[in-house]
Write a protein that binds this ligand. Structure first.
Ligand code: HEM
Length: 196
């Protein structure tokens, strides 16, 4: 189903292309990352913990991006000023992504949207959803490298609802694997078929 109150969030939309990654590819990738049913269970638990913290999380990640000019650059307009409207729109989709990581079934519809997110970070579709004129392409290396931030900084947020250290650890492990899976799928947009 399409959540149509988030601008540009076209998860499940009819016009979305089918991912070039097959369900079989996805299965082997999940095996490789060792994302199993226990992880899925802890991911849903993480979702319950994170649900009311998505705004703070995105604010924190945004702070990291703003603090590094080479990353802040990708949210700037032609004049070199931060495009606040662009940031605000992307923020709502980013918040929804946190919930989707934890709660969505990793089915064909989900797979198709992962490919779309990859495309939205690069030449093909960056800026198009929000009709802005920011730099057109985020290098793949920064998308991969930023997983370090996303995975590190989530930990204290997972600890905020009084779970035992063991459970927090398991939620964290599941989150890290899931983010790795997402970002790996996004790299498909950047790579040709043979290379990926
Ligand atoms: C868009 C996540 C790395 C800049 C998005 C969206 C998500 C996301 C969920 C919204 C997708 C949608 O439209 O539904 C992530 C994650 C990253 C990552 C998890 C790494 C682990 C980066 C980096 C930058 C960046 C390194 C560089 C500043 C952007 C921009 C958009 C965006 C500018 C808007 C793209 C557009 O024009 O549609 N990201 N991102 N992201 N991200 Fe990232």
């Amino acid at each position: 189903t399409v959540v149509d109150n988030i601008a540009g969030y076209s998860y499940g939309a009819q016009e979305l292309a089918t991912s070039p990654v097959t369900m079989k590819d996805l299965d082997l990738l999940k095996q490789t990352i060792t994302l199993d049913s226990e992880d899925s269970r802890y991911l849903r638990m993480a979702g319950d913990v994170l649900e009311d913290q998505t705004d703070s999380l995105v604010n924190l990640w945004r702070g990291v991006i703003s603090s590094m000019p080479h990353l802040a650059y990708y949210f700037k307009d032609k004049q070199g000023n931060v495009d606040e409207e662009y940031k605000a729109k992307v923020k709502e989709r980013f918040k929804q992504w946190i919930l989707d990581v934890c709660f969505k079934p990793y089915d064909q519809e989900w797979l198709n949207y992962q490919h779309e997110i990859g495309l939205r970070h690069m030449y093909t579709k960056k800026n198009k959803t929000d009709a802005v004129e920011a730099p057109p392409h985020i290098p793949m290396r920064y998308v991969i490298a930023f997983t370090a931030v996303v995975n590190d900084t989530i930990k204290p947020f997972l600890a905020k609802k009084g779970h035992s250290l063991g459970v927090i650890e398991k939620m964290h492990k599941a989150w890290c694997k899931a983010v790795l899976l997402h970002v790996t799928l996004w790299t498909r947009a950047y790579c040709d078929d043979e290379g990926w």
